[in-house]
Structures are given as structure tokens and as C-alpha cells.
Design a binder for this molecule. Sequence first.
Ligand code: 8YV
Length: 315
Amino acid sequence: MSKPEILQMGPYPEWDQLPLDEAYTVHRYFEAADKHALLDAAGACVRAIATRGELGAGAELIAACPKLEIISIYGVGFDAVHLDSCRSRGVQVTNTPDVLTKDVADIAIAMMLAQWRGVNGAERWVRDGSSAAKGLYPLKTRAWGKRAGILGLGRIGFEVARRLTGFDMDIAYSDIEAKPYAKDWTFVADPVALAAGSDVLFVTLAASAATRHIVGPAVLDALGPNGLLINVSRASNIDEAALISALASGKLGAAALDVFESEPNLNPRFLELPNVLLQPHHASGTVETRKAMGQLMRDNLAAHFAGRALPSPVL
Ligand code: 8YV
């Protein structure tokens, strides 16, 4: 029997690539020098798209695959997939929730500690000889006991908040509504009010058209010159131009970012700012979690082609 044809949008580790190549005829979109030629040649036969959270599949790509049945995302975010096209065509969409939640929460905490305690600068201080030549490293900011705001108390926001309880913090959150599972934490409906009452603001919102630039000048001003902004969600949740100017002017104290508007490239102005910690969109990037994500991405494809229920459907 011939293998189903799939379109692969980005690279995967070998432990996913080998089984994918075994089970499917794989067209590697990311390797094609001429993407249009690839779609002209293979689009008509493609029954599945395997993508990644940040790469997705736009309306044009979906339209170029008339026999498309399923899009399997390696990632929890599905903002980069054109869901309306999928709905209207009856294309199924799956993602990889849960398996990455705790890793993303871990790195959010690491970013907070790195910024407040100056971990990266302290390492440079030792390596460049400043420790021996200049003596004590400049004093930094205490983390425990501070006020934390969580913008978006979904799976990842919940795990961030749970970790912060170990730091004796006052925890508040914004979401569409108060969450029954967050009794010990304060619900603040308005993100500006949340920021005004926070020393650190974690952005852990699923991105959508409705949340675009939810962190804009008003939230940044409210967080203020001593505030720290941490984004492990999507760049679109933040008005990046406003963030850069708030960091440059000192209206916002500091930021730590795992995602950028034009990633993997980033606005070069970020590189000039000493008060921002830059990370390469690797919040889910542990061997254990990436293996689990790959397995779930492949399990969804396998279930679809075997006619079984999908393990983690979005649509
Ligand atoms: C990426 C992500 O999928 O979960 C998401 O939505 O963006 C990430 O986990 C990961 O970087 C692999 O590309």
C-alpha cells in the first residue's frame, strides 16, 4: 500500500524524522529552494501537514493542498494555523498540550531569577576577570516575597503560579474570568491593573487576534521602572515597538523574552538594550519534552490515518 503523503514545514530531531520517513512520503517544505514548485508538484497529493507551533500553516498553503485532511502541530500554540480555512474545509487540527507545560513554566522562572539576580552578568563577571580585578559584583534584586502577575492563567500560567508559591510571592492573575482552581490567587480582570500591582508580569496567554498587543504602552507604564516583563507565549501578545522604547527610556525596568515578532531574527535594537534577556524560543526545549511532543505529533497523525480518535484535537 502506498504511504500517505505529508508536507513537513520545519525540521524535527532524528528521533521524529526517522519514524515519519518510515510511515509517510514526506515532502520537506523547509528544504525546498522553490516553495511554489514544491507545492505545484506535491500539493495535490498532500493529506497531512506536520508543522511546529511557531511555523503553522497559512490560508494560502492550506489552499494549495486540496486533499488535506489533518494538520498536526508540534507545539501547543495553534495561532499560526489558519483555523477558519481548516473549519471550512473540514481539516482536522491537533497540537501537543500538557507535555510541555512544566518546561515552559520552568524557563519562565529561570528567566525571572536570571534577571533579578543578574545570573548572566555575574557569570561574565567571573569569566572576564572582573571578580578578581574589581571585587564584589553589583548588588541585584531579591526575588522571593515579590508581587507576581500572571497574564493568562491557563495550563502554563497555572504552573508558573504554582512554582511562585515556593517563592512566598503574592500572586494575582488576569484571564477572561476568575478560575475556580485559583482560590489562593487574586483575580484582577484588567491587565493594566494587574501590571500596576505587580513587580513581575508573566505573559502566558494563548495568542489570538483578540490578545494582539494586549501588553501595550498602558500595561508597560503600569508595570513601571522597577517592573520585569517575562514573555514565554507569543510575540504578538506584546507591542514590540512600545516594549523597546519603554526598555530604552527606562519606563520599564527589564524584560526577558523567549519570542520575537520576526523570529528567528529579532529587531536589532534589542541587542543594544542591557535590560533585556533574550532567549531563542526554547521554552519547551528539553530532550524529554521534545520527545514527548514528537511522539504526540506522530500519534495524532497515526490515529487519523488509522481512523481512530485523535489524542489531542484542537478542531
Ligand atoms: C515550538 C511552541 O513548537 O508549543 C509551542 O507553541 O511554540 C514551541 O513549543 C517549539 O519551539 C518547536 O518548534
